[in-house]
Design a protein around this ligand. Sequence first.
Ligand code: CTP
Ligand code: CA
Length: 244
Amino acid sequence: TATLGRHGDLAGKHVVITAGGTQEPIDPVRYVGNRSSGKMGYSLAREARDRGAHVILITGSATLPPPYGVELHRVETAIQMRDAVLRFITAADVLIMSAAVADFRPAQVAAQKIKKTGGQSGTQEKSEHGNDGGLTLHMVRNPDILQEVAEVVDKASQHQRLVRVGFAAETENLIAYAQQKLVQKHLDLLVANDVSRSDSGFGSDTNKVFIFHANGSMEDLPVMPKTDVAAAIFQRIVPLLGTT
Ligand code: CTP
Ligand code: CA
């Protein structure tokens, strides 16, 4: 894809953005998913494109039209998203993880559709069907993508500067959790929103966010359309580019 704008404040910059939710398969017809709509990530992709960046949008589940002039890569699982992110950041100046990455995935993906009543089918070797007629799914941890990026970037000297931005959706203790994530994941910025509010987060067109900076400062932004939140985020990213 050609770079559209050549005169914006992100002209010549490569921006990788993740959006939407991951889907973790249970069997050939079912998955564990989440409520992420992808709206925030897609807004970020359009904003970066309009500012002249070359944009790679790595998208999980989202039923939004692909933004024009953006390189789109579709993934399903957290592991596929991790692999795509690690591949594309080698040439990137900015990584924004706005995707809702599943923390856990089913330990095994059943080869055949899981039946309501277990036991008899030879393919359901280790039946998770309980005596109560229920089913227990065993889940294992997914890789933490930003954590892996931190390890790669901090080791490799060719990554002189990759501006890293994370998102955090919280329902309680927002400030404490957000500050902890910023530090643990070695982020430049962390955008946090309180998803217990109806005007913020999943599916909404508006968002009320706090932006945490690596120097410890915090900004409390008013409720805004997600397109304006995207602009506010890039306003803060641009000055971080080209510094070391
Ligand atoms: N993230 C990631 N890899 C994961 C989970 C999350 O890179 N496996 C990223 C998200 O895309 C987001 C940031 O980390 O930018 C914070 O995600 P969040 O779910 O809030 O944090 P977690 O570290 O998963 O902690 P918890 O869910 O327990 O609050
Ligand atoms: Ca999580």
